[in-house]
Design a protein around this ligand. Sequence first.
Ligand code: PMV
Length: 300
Amino acid sequence: MSPDAPLAVGRAPGKIILVGEHAVVYGHPALAAAVGLYTTVTLRRRPGATDLERSAFTDERLLRALHTVLPSEGFGVDIESELPAGRGMGSSASIAVALVRAAAAAAGERLGRRALFERSLDVERIFHGEPSGVDNAVVLRGGLVHYRKGPPLEVSSQPVSQPLPVVILDSGRAGNTADMVARVRVARSSLDATLERIGALVERARALLGDRPALGRLFDENHALLCQLGVSTPALDSLCAMARRNGALGAKLSGAGGGGVVLALVETASRPGLLAAAQRAGVRAFSADLPALSATQEAP
Ligand code: PMV
């Protein structure tokens, strides 16, 4: 084998949370879908310390992540990703799962889903402190996932008869998940009722997957509750308003907030109008049909 030949490759998609972020940290359920933008981790043999050779992301925590799952010597790591960093689209969970898959393949290990989940969560903790695990669960399983961290942990695939057409609007600013989760935690005692209402929305959303107008209104309700938690920003609020003005059935921030993206539920016919409005406003937008096999970047 030439020294440059890949020894192992691991791949994982990104994700988007439909309903339930933040509340999921406190044991409430969440509904999230895989998005077909991928991270690929390639491992090669190399002399000396295990190190990053090429990376789509510059983040000092990446080196610690590598050393959590790989031997300290002998591996060169290449990380490619189609996902934007820090936007609530699961870039860190996607790196974690792709890395764990590549490391297991290099070691000749066949890991079950639960072992992959636990190991990838060890990596995710380096980025986010105490994550609920929803990102890793959906990135690993793919499709649309109903998640509750437990104990006991509950992860199940949520059937959906028709894919959900969405547009994802990028605020252009990274949010810091650990900071936003800490901010909610500090105010927790006054936010319990709001967190509970978000959890209840998740159960309602499951029953409304075939009723897009009602699901759109539920997205709006979820966004209002996230505003009450204090995790939205004027930029996210105005992206939601832009989406609704341009035909979206409903829109909400997705992920931890403080930056990141807005998820807008659309009718297929109204999608071009919203994408054109995003382009005019200089907003990067992705369109997808959730749970997505592919998410295409449409603008600008
Ligand atoms: O990584 P993000 O920005 O998608 O946030 C994950 C969702 C939170 O509920 C805010 C945190 C968590 O650990 O579940």
